[in-house]
Design a binder for this molecule. Structure first.
Ligand SMILES: [Fe+2]
Length: 286
């Protein structure tokens, strides 16, 4: 197995292994170590079926079924991320976010497997949130350390429901207008890995409405400033998808962004997600 960094700060291309075959305990440990250091792992030309994708997912944590998005008919833990050629709405994941951060137990990571790609475009950006925390100003670190951010499933709820004309035309089947998605969920604004002490900023502009102890109006400029800081080009990589590419990323230490620049072309990927430690364990010890 070979590991080639994609940038100086995030991502690695992993080559020399075929994920269609069995994954030994040694290889699994090596992959987990690579993910913990590089945060995004890219495997080219794998063309995995669902069983192999779930086997890879299981290397990093227990595959989980998430609410609000209707899974594939084939498997309740697999979501089809699909945009048809004639769909001119926004793209699923079209702003910086961490997958499903608004649920009680957000997934620790995600796996995305490319089935059909546009001839160009449809890249995915990732940003290293460990570096984002490390390079935050002392004043903002003091403000965020020990404070919760409030996450809400805005696209799925009532209060922040997006206009009907901006919604995808059924390619991704979602639960909409669910009052339960409007429920405020409190997660630490900075996560502390209980095993290593590593800290990462855990905020995103899609789902975070405010910081604990502050109003939405007071929080908005801070969330905007944090979005700008957390996605500085020096913290980012840009993934160019190729047929059969499979990507694994750490949802607690990265943000990602799906670029919507392939109008007129079909794009289809399969997503699985995995659980890690309960998010309560990521609160810094007082
Ligand atoms: Fe996403």
């Amino acid at each position: 197995m070979q590991e080639d960094p994609i940038t100086g700060t995030i991502g690695a291309e992993i080559s020399g292994i075929d994920l269609k075959g069995p994954i030994s305990d040694d290889l699994a440990a090596t992959l987990r170590d690579a993910l913990s250091r590089r945060l995004v792992l890219v495997f080219r030309g794998q063309h995995l079926d669902i069983a192999a994708q779930k086997r890879l997912t299981g290397v990093f944590g227990t595959p989980v079924q998430l609410p609000y998005i209707v899974p594939t008919d084939d498997d309740p833990q697999v979501v089809r991320v699909l945009k048809e050629a004639d769909d001119h709405s926004g793209t699923f994941g079209g702003d910086w976010h961490s997958d499903m951060s608004f649920v009680a137990e957000p997934p620790a990571g995600s796996v995305l497997n490319a089935l059909e790609l546009p001839p160009y475009g449809g890249d995915t950006l990732f940003a290293n949130q460990v570096l984002a925390w490390d390079h935050l100003s002392p004043g903002l670190r003091e403000l965020l350390d020990g404070r919760d951010a409030i996450h809400v499933g805005k696209p799925y709820g009532v209060k922040w429901a997006p206009p009907a004309e901006t919604q995808s035309k059924g390619a991704i089947k979602m639960t909409r207008l669910d009052p339960e998605a409007d429920r405020e969920r409190f997660h630490p604004a900075v996560l502390t890995d209980p095993a290593t002490g590593r800290r990462s900023l855990y905020l995103n502009p899609i789902y975070v409405t405010r910081l604990d102890g502050m109003t939405e109006a007071e929080s908005r400029p801070l969330i905007d400033a944090l979005r700008t800081h957390a996605t500085r080009p020096e913290f980012c990589m840009r993934l160019r998808w190729t047929p059969g590419t499979v990507v694994v990323w750490d949802n607690f230490a990265t943000l990602h962004y799906a670029v919507n620049d392939y109008a007129g072309h079909r794009r289809e990927l399969l997503r699985t997600t995995f659980a890690g430690r309960p998010i309560a364990d990521w609160r810094a010890a007082a």
